[in-house]
Design a protein around this ligand. Sequence first.
Ligand code: HDD
Length: 713
Amino acid sequence: MTTKARSTVADSKVADMQHDTIEINNKQHMTTDYGIKISDPDHWLRVVNDKNTGPSLLEDQIAREKIMRFDHERIPERVVHARGTGAFGTFKLFESAEDVTSAGVLTDTSRETPVFLRFSTVQGSKGSADTVRDVRGFAVKFYTSEGNWDIVGNNIPVFFIQDAIKFPDLIHSVKPEPHNEVPQGQSAHNNFWDFVYMHSETTHMNYWQMSDRAIPRSYRMMQGFGVNTYSLVNKEGKRHFVKFIFTPELGVHSFVWDEALKICGQDPDFHRKDLMDAIDAGHFPRWKFGLQLLPEEKLDDFDFDPLDATKVWPEELVPIRYIGQLELNRNVDEFFPQTEQAAFCTSHIVPGIDFSDDPLLQGRNFSYFDTQISRLGANWEELPVNRPVCPYMNMVNRDGAMRHRISKGTVNYWPNRFQANPPATPAQGGFTSYPDKPNGFKEHYNQAQTFYNSLSPIEKAHLTKAFSFELDHCDDPVVYKRLCERLTDTSLELAQAVAQNVGGDTPKKANRSNHGKKAKGLSQLEYMPKTAVIDTRRIAILIADGFDYASYTAIKEALSARGAFVFTIGAQRQGVVSQTGEKVVPDHFFNGMRSTLFDATFVPGGKHVETLAKNGVAKFWITESFAHLKPIAAVDEAVSFVQKRVGLDEVVVAKAGEKSKESYGVVTGFGGKDVLGVKDVTAESKGLAEKFIWLVSRHRCWERELDGLADQV
Ligand code: HDD
């Protein structure tokens, strides 16, 4: 038995892990862990009487191994970021950064560096849902020729706190409350917002966390940020401070809130499956990798402290220099050894890269190594997914639970009489630290204001709703009233709207005036691809007996040809028969799916609309898709079905004979397959299918919400 087809991308990490990989097949007999063949895995050894009853025997060493092994299968879950998933891939450099660093991984353009990337949520435990409102982890391990380099980042560029000593307080406040272990996968509770009020430095991150960034449509559609400031040091010993940024090729897209909430129940593994399916189908997600570089002598040139992790470096002041590309192209073969046991450390850097005095980073450098020892044991770095691909040896670091590498030789200390395992000089690639000087941070609101000012109206509306949702779940008036007051430090308009929703006193004046500044790169709408990219978008076609086969096939082919994942959702999975007699076996039946799990919906013409019009799931599908701002297309008889479900005069549909009409993201037309041809797709395209594809590539139809036609989001 083999697992699903995987990409065959060859790299040094694939070769390295072969040593520990066994292929399960039907030729190798089942054995115990100590190697003897098992003849009966299904029955415990017993003493039986003539009625075939009797006690089980402790003697059965095979049964005992099976049960006791099982009893110990679990390891502690990560104290934060417990819920996650990962994949392997490749990092390629297209421009050398040798002017600022001597690190081979950032200077040698001929290399392909293998990587492992783990995405995660923060608050929920290992079995919690993927689509909760939360920050997402973005942790990358580069297996470089000089040792492992980990960027342990998030999809949000700033953090809640400035000093690592506050981390246990922050995490305790956001995790389920101690008296009742509630709530799971949410920050919407008293303790978190109480903590927020007590720590004004959380303000900036709160704005990001309450924005659409915290409900991503896919891990493949998020940015990744190293957050902390590191250093790059070049051959001449000159230092630049640096922030690391990953920007996805597919753009940055999010769910609407109602949809994210529902998917938590409908498909709690949505993001995990989305990533795996895309890679299995060969649609490898890619991110541009960039650096923001600050020469050391410019550190004091700003009205904020660049080493403060609650601050971004505005792109206008410190542009991003994109120098490489990260691609994920291989799913793991087994989750536990390759994802659950994957372990990252911010302290894992390679020569040419160094830390900064950011106190959050300094604390993290201590915490990660420590947590891996408690989660995985002292020899966690020997595990296949964690070990480097370059030669490594440290004869002092040995012993400890589960040590399995064998070091030959008579000494285990340095210095020794044989000069065995000698340290390397910098010229031989030995790591040396860059000397540093300390700094301090005070101001907490300016950048939160810049973030708010830079959002589009729709993003501001979502932010207001998100704050309101969270505070609505706080039942202690002290918590929500004080928070509404706190919001006036950044925006009076926001504070008033939230207070009205959640019951705080309406603030009359702002605590601080708005500086009115905006900055590039903060609104996620800026990352929309310029062309009609619908690669991996999940599009549903609804059919029942009597559908028009020609238009069904035409649209399915057109969408699939552009890389979309097209799913047929039919009245029954035994088969649906078209009005010309063709039988189609749908991917799912109506009640097995929900509109929330798709980016857009197409309904072909035909008599089947009479069945659709009587089916509650099919009817609600259109209503809900409209409420979630998703593109909907319908041809011929399906036009009136869709029109009725939307039920709004503002949404104008095609009249009989009219080939194509678009109104609020609803595309309709008459002419069967003849109106479904696809040529160039642009914003100006007039054809029905072209218009639909363009809308899908824009992700959502925001005008619906702005004009008050869809207020469920
Ligand atoms: Fe952390 C895990 C990201 C601050 C302590 N963190 C963890 C993971 C990510 C981050 C992505 C999951 C790694 C994985 O997939 O295995 N953490 C961040 C970012 C931070 C941050 C972007 C701010 C810039 N973290 C932070 C601080 C501390 C920690 C200040 C402690 C002082 N983080 C941990 C941890 C975890 C962790 C407790 C839990 C599991 C693990 O490390 O491996 O040590």
